[in-house]
Design a protein around this ligand. Sequence first.
Ligand code: GDP
Length: 461
Amino acid sequence: MSDTDPTTATDDTLRTPIVAVLGHVDHGKTSLLDKIRGSAVTAGESGAITQHIGATAVPLEVISEIAGDLVDPTDFDLPGLLFIDTPGHHSFSTLRSRGGALADIAILVVDVNDGFQPQTLEAIDILKRTQTPFIVAANKIDTVPGWNPNEGQPVQQTMDAQSDRVQSDLNEKLYEIIGELSDNGFSADMYWRVQNFQANIGVVPVSAETSEGIPDLLTVMMGLSQRYMKEEMEIDTSGPGVGTVLEVKDTQGFGTTLDAIIYDGTIRNDDTIVVGGLQGPIITDVRALLRPRPLEEIRTEQEFEQVEQVAAADGVKIAAPDLDDAMAGAPIRVIRDRDRSEVIAEVEAELAEIEVTTQEEGVVIKADTLGSLEALSSTLEEEEIPVMRAEVGAVAPRDVRVAETAGEPTNQAILAFSVEVLDDARDLAEQEGVELFEDDVIYQLVESYDDHVTAIEEAQQ
Ligand code: GDP
């Protein structure tokens, strides 16, 4: 066979780095993402920003357009950056990949006025645990009293041009953030003083309101990605696809579908795939690969168009039979010319990698995705709260039945993270005296359970 035979030729390349945005609520994650997307749309030729599932790709040319003199596209061999659309550490932990986090790099957003908050610390823990390189966007610099915006300038220059008082106010806040990072074991500094962004955390002052600092942020992201990717991220874009399920949902006309990110290889519309399911691996044939249509083309209910293939790194909606049991956060692998049982074994191994420790007695935990189940379980383990049953999915009557038999009264509880509680389960829990805790924030969920335990202990004394 010749080297150019498409079935044997490999196509090794650096893949688009996947970027996640994390930080405390209201610190500006969504605004920052919107601003980056907005700047990209303004800077790029129309059509340069393609619609994706779950993520937005910003090509290198567009980044260099936004960043002006800061980014010379010839310095980079990365195709751009792929931003995960849903900010927050919930989606970050959901997005697992083989061996760790799906996101390669992260932006930790910290409101300069508010500093570190509980979810900032939670995000730092997750970034540490997953060894994800990150930079800090010190956001809302425009709210420093007396701030004089100078859009279009590198943020360092704008800062230099402020009055002495504004400069010292802002510096004080920025150094507080640097101090907090150091308290958490990271050596950090203002980004223009950092030489190696993998060894040290760069702090980039930004405003998601005025766009100041966004060119700088993108420049630093590109620099960090370039270094990191070179070492870690060679992929074969023509090989059988590997990905992660973002969401399992109904799509009109297609039944249960998967929103997924493919982070290696290619998925084609005639592939057989293996997907992690509640009862183990699901083997199924792709029926269609769907991508959102460009907005101007959406005239009818036909929101999606079918494509023949999708190459990493990119988002796609997969329609296939038998997906009802698929789990968000689970792996997807294309079989194509590979040995079927080997691929199944890989999916099983990846599922087994998700560490959820259970014991004979303990609480029941339910979560919306594998990653969030893992995150909740590890928080409970740190607090020495035993878990008896851990599962992805809505709280059902059988969960209540299990919780009922959990031993100590403090164990007769269900901690439900970002999942629905079915009505009959709620009724049964009330009837049987099983406590239900529901929240979308892990520390709040655990806090309310802790309060409940304290109340029981006090009542027993
Ligand atoms: P998230 O919860 O972290 O996604 O935060 P949002 O992006 O929703 O922002 C929370 C609030 O802060 C919103 O009212 C935003 O308009 C505001 N905000 C975000 N970034 C900035 C900024 O840089 N400057 C100012 N003045 N307001 C901001």
